[in-house]
Design a binder for this molecule. Sequence first.
Ligand code: ADP
Ligand code: MG
Length: 332
Amino acid sequence: MIRLRNIVKAYGRVKALDNISLDIPLGKITVILGPSGSGKTTLLRIIAGLEKPDRGRIFIGNKDVTEQPPWERGVSMVFQTPSLFPHLTVEENIGFGLEAHGYNSDVIKDRVRWAMELLHIEHLSGKYPDQLSGGEKQRVALARALVLKPRILLLDEPLSNLDLALREELRVELKNLQRTLGITFIHVTHDQDEALELADYLVILYGGRVVEYGDPLTVYERPRNILTGIVFGHNIVDVCVSSDKVIFPWRLGDSVDAVCNSKAIIPQHRIDLVDGDECIVTDKLYRRNYGIVIVNCNGYLLKVAIDIDTLEKIVVGEHVGIDIDPKYVSIA
Ligand code: ADP
Ligand code: MG
């Protein structure tokens, strides 16, 4: 385990990290998902030792590394924008860290070749950074981090600057890399799809706090915290409770004794459109692999994810019923 205990980091009046305690399993991919400004980079830099926390301790295995410098922690970091040395070739860039550590040239050659093969960039070895595409640069940056054989690889939104197709391709490769090497990946992103695809273990960071963590599908499908619902774009609606029964406010009818002070989180794909006249379709949106229908149910707007074929048939202004699977209604 990597254990963070009560980590606090402030920049002036901004609390970038507000009392973070977290156990990160070794040998797996932990994804930290949070919006911009939620403290993701600060958290990675503190784990790397590039930044000192104001308070709190960091343990790797049983060792307290809080006072250790970065190079003693067995940690490498990859950044959103790869900063390669422009006057060095790909091969020299990758070998630079090993040279600085004083390895002999045969070892360096072997290790650099190993890292280039791992990232499928052998053919780029003699090129200079300005001759590389964004994706190639990021592969070089990954090779440069892995060549040091870290125990822990910290990835700070390494795919964010790449276009979509390349991003999806590299996601698969990152996961394969982790499976091949078996080392610990801590991957930071604001991209929900990327998080769900990569994570063995998912952490939701919001406003410098850990709001939820655990198995990614559980966190996604059954969030316990409104902020998790916000991060995933789930429906968040008021609900009423009457003699222990949950009632949606547009279905209240004559349940006048109901108390409506709870919130429910409902994923968009856990609502079905059915025959009925409970709601009116107010808009339909095409996404890449699915559609979103926005329905107005007695003044309450809900987003419903449906397949593209069904979306084609929906007419804005028509009446529909909705069916909500109670298993996926989380009361927060
Ligand atoms: P994220 O990576 O999730 O976007 P950051 O960790 O970069 O978030 O930043 C968290 C908060 O701390 C933000 O409000 C940011 O403006 C602030 N912050 C981060 N680094 C610094 C710094 N060096 N000086 C001042 N404020 C900072
Ligand atoms: Mg950041």
